[in-house]
Design a protein around this ligand. Structure first.
Ligand SMILES: C[S@@+](CC[C@H](N)C(=O)[O-])C[C@H]1O[C@@H](n2cnc3c(N)ncnc32)[C@H](O)[C@@H]1O
Length: 208
């Protein structure tokens, strides 16, 4: 049974932290690249909905385990008149057949899943051969001093922040999972404490 904080505090914290101006700017570089049959994994909150280009999308599916955040996603899709198949579920065991999607989008999601490697394997499974995973994630910083603080803060932070980890690799994790990664950006977000602010984004190509 989820606690009061998990049901009410975490969704508001996520919505607020994940929609600040600099983050929205980076979302606007990544999300519009989605095309064809699209899955957004961890679609909770619906913050990306405004960045999809309806003209280049054949179908839109979403998956997220949080009922509160899913309600926001349904509302965001309805507001934009997007016919979306948004479901409750986790990335470690996706309720979709293999080779179903042209694009899988994850933004600030791989930090929060239970098993990052299992999720990346599932993303490869549901992508068509030659399909792409678009990612925008925060994680392990390249500077030793920042990384040390990330390791210190993470045990407490993940309990407050909906299982959000600070020390996970991003582009390297996609490569380890067998993707060819086109890194398009990596930087500390302005006005964000550095342990929380290292962000990487790009396109990961699945060979199938
Ligand atoms: C920090 S929020 C980011 C939400 C959204 N992706 C965004 O960019 O604003 C992390 C999201 O991952 C979802 N999540 C947590 N565990 C997950 C899992 N195992 N599989 C899929 N999504 C998960 C959470 O419910 C939440 O919606």
């Amino acid at each position: 049974m989820a606690s009061w904080w998990e049901r009410h505090g975490v969704p508001r914290l996520i919505k607020c932290a994940c929609s600040q101006g600099q983050i929205m700017k980076v979302r606007s570089r990544v999300v519009p690249l989605a095309r064809g049959h699209v899955l957004e994994l961890g679609c909770g909150g619906g913050i990306n909905m405004e960045f999809y280009r309806p003209g280049q999308i054949e179908s839109f599916s979403g998956l997220d385990p949080s009922p509160e955040l899913l309600a926001m996603s349904h509302a965001a899709a309805a507001e934009r008149g997007i016919d979306a198949d948004i479901r409750s579920g986790v990335g470690e065991a996706m309720p979709f057949e293999s080779a179903r999607f042209d694009t899988v989008v994850t933004t600030f999601t791989l930090c929060s899943v239970t098993d990052q490697a299992a999720v990346l394997a599932e993303i490869r499974r549901v992508l068509k051969p030659g399909g792409t995973a678009l990612f925008l994630e925060h994680g392990s910083a390249p500077d030793a001093g920042v990384a040390k603080w990330q390791r210190r803060i993470e045990p407490i932070w993940k309990r407050i922040g909906g299982n959000c980890h600070l020390t996970r690799p991003i582009g390297d994790a996609y490569e380890k999972a067998g993707f060819a990664v086109d890194r398009q950006g990596a930087a500390y977000m302005p006005k964000t404490p550095r342990p929380f602010g290292w962000v990487e984004y790009g396109v990961a190509h699945s060979a199938g």
